[in-house]
Design a protein around this ligand. Structure first.
Ligand SMILES: [Fe+2]
Ligand SMILES: [Fe+2]
Length: 267
């Protein structure tokens, strides 16, 4: 049994102008996870910032909704994939388990299914999503609609569900999303409010799916709960550092996987 792997999570830096500020990680941290909303409309700058904070450590990045603002979603994901590959950052976008620094990661932006606390016959959404994100494709160039977000959500939630159903591969398992997977991540006064539909979805069953940790962003208060056997963590900086509980050197120790766990062969 070696030392447990140590991971620092953070999100929601919401930098306006380019900044030279870098959080200082603890020297003994093995991995960095950035769960989105770093620079608005600039996924490449967000990934470059992640690589600089990681300072040579393995790192994982999930884009937030703000990375896509003023952009077309698919084109921005392409730019992100390219930047991540060239800077050595692992960007998650629903591609199944990705091994990074001895840990298995799965995730993506997640979005929401826009259904939490919404009464079916009293929709609170108009024809537009309210997120300035564009959809472009063959013959298509328009603003995102609620149905687009639901489609994006189902793709990432489905990828997480499929991955969790696989046999563990003898490494800790960590899910990373930008949006929250449960209303329990919201402040109590919003948990039953229809506005919760923009922030979280009722994926509580996936928190009982055998992941060790689920890191998310999007809410701007700190979260550290155990739900369904999974440690649920959010460490957001907030606009101008508005979250007083943000911890730049927060460390999560990942449990050693059981030594007798079958190790699935990876094709
Ligand atoms: Fe945010
Ligand atoms: Fe967000």
């Amino acid at each position: 049994m070696g030392e447990p792997l140590k991971l620092t999570p953070m999100s929601d830096l919401h930098f306006g102008a380019p900044t030279a500020w870098r959080p200082r990680l603890r020297a003994d941290v093995d991995l960095l996870v950035v769960a989105g909303d770093v620079y608005e409309g600039d996924i490449v700058r967000s990934i470059a910032w992640t690589a600089e904070v990681a300072d040579g450590r393995p790192s994982v990045f999930v884009p937030g909704n703000h990375e896509f603002w003023g952009r077309a979603l698919e084109a921005e994901l392409d730019r992100g994939r390219e930047a991540a590959a060239s800077l050595g950052v692992s960007m998650l976008d629903g591609q199944g388990w990705v091994e990074v620094g001895g840990v298995d990661f799965v995730g993506g932006t997640l979005w929401t299914d826009l259904s939490l606390n919404v009464v079916a016959d009293r929709p609170i959404f108009g024809r537009q999503l309210g997120e300035p994100v564009d959809v472009r494709g063959a013959g298509i160039d328009r603003r995102a609609k609620p149905g687009d977000a639901v489609r994006w959500h189902r793709r990432i939630a489905g990828a997480i569900e499929t991955a969790l159903a696989e046999a563990p591969r003898g490494r800790p398992r960590v899910v990373v999303t930008h949006h929250a997977p449960t209303a329990l991540s919201l402040l109590e006064r919003y948990r039953r409010d229809p506005s919760a539909a923009f922030a979280a979805s009722a994926l509580d069953r996936l928190l009982a799916g055998g992941a060790d940790v689920w890191i998310h962003g999007h809410v701007h208060h700190s979260v550290d709960l155990v739900v369904g056997g999974t440690r649920l963590v959010c460490n957001p900086f907030g606009y101008d550092g508005a979250n007083p509980d943000f911890t730049e050197d927060l460390v999560l120790e990942l449990p050693d996987p059981p030594q007798d766990a079958p190790v699935a062969s990876v094709p």
